[in-house]
Design a protein around this ligand. Structure first.
Ligand SMILES: C[S@@+](CC[C@H](N)C(=O)[O-])C[C@H]1O[C@@H](n2cnc3c(N)ncnc32)[C@H](O)[C@@H]1O
Length: 213
């Protein structure tokens, strides 16, 4: 499902800063060699993540769902000089590619890749997160949120991708699959949680942005 008319979507992309050459190459290599390249954030959402990160200036970023590392490289653009980005993925087959591109970037020493199930890895990372990007298995979105929210300080941000799920969140809850139900529950929970304020950005497949009060 396209949220914007095709021409308008092109206009938006054409009036947004370009991706770096490294990101363009990573985008191309992902499309030509890796399964499900639609999972990669891409030009527009990548620039949004970069801009948000530069506005927040995080010291510690947690990303759940690395894939080929595109969004990690975009988010790393906003890190402080002593900042680190920890990114988790259970697909070890992509680790070499992620590391290769991270090493070519200026954030090589700042990006820490963890291979494993994020539900197991997250509790082992004892960091004071400023920015969290949730972009892995939809069934666990609320579990990730519940695992992390209690330990976040004021002004920490949680960004969750795909919260519009190609528009499926408008359908009848009772007839839906478990992934869509969790995404609907996630959006409802964030809205009702008095510890955060939020905006659901209708960018690409929907970015739910919550700020801890
Ligand atoms: C949508 S992709 C991430 C895209 C990436 N953030 C980007 O924008 O370029 C989702 C990734 O989550 C990973 N994943 C799924 N379930 C996971 C889990 N339980 N723990 C860690 N990673 C998981 C998948 O292997 C996949 O690479």
């Amino acid at each position: 499902m396209e949220f914007l008319d095709g021409q308008l979507d092109n206009y938006v992309v054409n009036h947004t800063s370009e991706e770096s050459d490294l990101l363009k190459r990573l985008n191309r290599e992902t499309r030509s060699k890796v399964l499900q390249p639609r999972m990669l954030s891409g030009h527009l959402q990548g620039r949004v993540l970069s801009m948000l990160s530069k506005m927040i200036r995080p010291k510690r970023i947690l990303e759940i769902g690395t894939y080929t590392g595109y969004s990690a490289l975009c988010l790393a653009e906003g890190l402080t000089d002593d900042g680190e980005l920890h990114t988790i993925d259970l697909n070890e087959e992509l680790a070499d590619m992620v590391q290769r591109y991270a090493n070519e970037s200026e954030y090589a020493s700042k990006i820490k890749l963890h291979i494993g199930d994020a539900m197991q890895v997250v509790p082992t990372l004892k960091e004071d997160w400023d920015l969290i990007f949730i972009d892995a298995d939809k069934e666990n979105y609320l579990n990730y949120y519940n695992l992390l929210i209690g330990n976040l300080k004021s002004n920490a941000y949680i960004i969750a991708d795909n919260v519009l799920w190609s528009g499926k969140v408008l359908e009848n809850y009772d007839t839906l699959d478990s992934e869509t139900r969790v995404l609907m529950d996630y959006n409802k929970t964030i809205l009702a949680d008095e510890r955060v304020e939020n905006v659901l950005f209708p960018i690409r497949d929907g970015l739910q942005i919550a700020r801890v009060k």
